[in-house]
Design a protein around this ligand. Sequence first.
Ligand code: SF4
Length: 370
Amino acid sequence: MAGIYIHIPFCKQACHYCNFHFTTSLRRKNELIAALLREIGIQSNYLAQEPVETIYFGGGTPSLLEAGDCQSLISSIKDFHPVTKNCEITIETNPDDISDERLQCWKAAGINRLSIGIQSFLDEDLKWMNRAHTAKQGLESLELALAHFENITADLIYGSPFLSDPQWQKNVEKLISLQVPHISCYALTVEPQTPLYKLIRQQHSPDIDSGKQARQFLLLMDWMEKAGYEHYEISNFSKPGFRSKHNSAYWEGKKYLGLGPSAHSFDGQSRQWNIANNNTYIRSVNLDIIPFEKEILTASQQVNEYIMISLRTSGGLHLNKLEAAIRERLVQESRSYIEQGLLINDQGILKLTKQGKLMADGIASAFFEG
Ligand code: SF4
């Protein structure tokens, strides 16, 4: 089983914290869709005809596409790949793009899962992030979406300077009370080259308080647990039966094909990523050349990926999946984390505790090979 990711590199405006590949100029949108359709054909052998069980429109802002564009992309994928009957087809959306008409069109195009970038129900917070929508639009779009789609996920961001603990609780409780079946929560990070990085460096914005982020993450885990959500990956919570199949496939090491500028693909042994430049992408694909770079994963890299990903998921790190020497090293090295209450060894499966989840990347990299 495999997945397909389609990157739509357009946004109405640039959120201050964002470091994804996108442009706010929509001038070449139609040419880019045409190039995507062409890339589907050129890359049709990448998945070696494995059944496709998930399709994911990400970005950028895929909800800026016309419903007809989604429909053409989905039917072209179906022309070139065996797509399973219950294929999960997700589109990332922003609240200001959601309308009754659009929701109906997405459904008619075959989309069966909506991801909504709510981020916050606090206007001050949204403004500081430079989001294109208001808190009111966020709430209304969610209510509207829930009337059309059962399988919905909403994103929230915590740890920003204006988000107090009580407001954070209100944000989370709003989604819980609306019975949103899947919620992704991300700690605000300040990436180099982003407007937020510059604003903080020039002292035009308060810096991020890592202590507050940690506290809000711990609070979040308690609230979600009480509300009956499974914390199945560091940033992801779901009601039973509503895990993201697409993201779960990444974490399970399944193959996926990424289409569009900056999209990544994985075939089991190697990873490749398309150029993150719309003009070069369109020009090359029109010459039947995919502009990508490729890396063949060494045995150590494969082990390190497994360590990093498995520790982030509720399934944990299965020591018996590793070679004996690595397994013994990890048993030794995990002892101090277990003593500190950051990790447990549950019959040969290493799992992070709530406190350990605050340091997931650090603990994983301490276990790395090489
Ligand atoms: S809408 Fe999404 S992709 Fe676009 S700038 Fe904002 S966070 Fe980034």
